[in-house]
Ligand binder design. Structure first.
Ligand SMILES: C[S@@+](CC[C@H](N)C(=O)[O-])C[C@H]1O[C@@H](n2cnc3c(N)ncnc32)[C@H](O)[C@@H]1O
Length: 283
């Protein structure tokens, strides 16, 4: 039975409480062949949990870095409408195929009706989302969830990338200059990312939430505190409400630095949670 006083979601009190714990373990299942090409897909079940906490059925979710469409798959299974933008045609095509396949398998409701929710895949640059919003007459969205490129990190070589390269899989998204992963420096990357989220803020309804999934990482001997830096910078434009730490316990441990230096196997991600509230923009 839904509680009419619950303004945010349709969860039971128990499920609400469970979600507020600041860490969880999630081991992604093995990926399907069509999804393997992409270097950094996130698991749909994990995203579905966030969607079920931050929205009610029928509301609209947006992902500005859609990749292979996992957010829209989670929207489909949870009965939400989804909009996603992905720069690369090859990934946008995978996302469209995944949605089409799900929609074609969808069972009819008892009254014979089909397809209550819509999933929209747009191919383009999220830095230009204003144009896409106008040309498709898109509405305000209720919730934003995404994992952007994790800094210029995919452009560095390592033991893990070597294995993907040998298997003929992508180790970076593209050579496209508009791809945030190809930003010239770490500082430029953070700035461009924050600029995109400031544009997104204008499309998010008041009191709406934004969840950004990121990692800190080691690059050329320097530990880049990407999740913390983005938390600080975005916190100037949204209210930072906290974090949920996603622990992955099924990844290969590589002997980075073995016998000479501590080098971490980073097997956790930060799911940073922000809210659009009525405080003034800081420039
Ligand atoms: C971490 S991946 C997202 C993966 C996605 N969550 C999934 O499950 O497949 C980041 C994606 O952002 C895309 N991207 C990079 N720069 C972009 C931009 N300026 N606009 C839109 N997409 C961009 C990349 O091509 C990549 O697919």
């Amino acid at each position: 039975m839904m509680n009419p006083k619950n303004r945010l979601n349709d969860l039971s009190a128990q499920d609400w409480l469970r979600f507020t714990k600041t860490w969880f373990i999630h081991n992604p299942p093995r990926r399907k062949k069509s999804e393997l090409l992409h270097p950094a897909k996130y698991p749909e079940d994990l995203i579905a949990e966030f969607i079920q906490f931050f929205t009610k059925p029928g509301q609209i979710v947006f992902d500005p870095f859609l990749g292979t469409g996992s957010t829209l798959v989670a929207c489909h299974t949870t009965g939400r409408n989804g909009i996603g933008i992905e720069l690369q045609k090859k990934y946008a095509d995978i996302a469209r195929q995944r949605i089409q396949q799900l929609e074609s398998q969808q069972k009819l409701a008892p009254d014979g009706s089909k397809q209550v929710c819509r999933q929209l895949v747009l191919q383009g640059n999220s830095a230009e989302l204003e144009k896409m919003w106008t040309s498709h007459s898109l509405p305000e969205v209720d919730f934003v969830i995404t994992s952007p490129p994790y800094g210029p990190m995919l452009n560095k070589k390592g033991l893990a990338t070597q294995e993907r390269e040998e298997a003929g899989l992508d180790v970076k998204y593209s050579d496209d200059a508009e791809d945030l992963g190809n930003a010239a420096s770490y500082q430029e990357f953070v700035q461009r990312l924050v600029d995109i989220f400031r544009k997104i803020k204008l499309k998010l309804k008041p009191e709406g939430y934004l969840v950004v999934i990121l990692q800190n990482y080691m690059d050329k001997g320097e530990y880049q505190t990407l999740a913390w830096d983005v938390g600080k910078e975005l916190g100037k434009h949204f209210q930072l409400r906290g974090e949920r730490i996603w622990l992955q316990d099924n990844k290969t441990l590589y002997p980075y630095g073995y016998r000479y230096s501590f080098v971490p196997n980073v097997h956790h991600h930060y799911c940073l949670i922000f809210k659009k509230v009525g405080f003034k923009e800081v420039d």
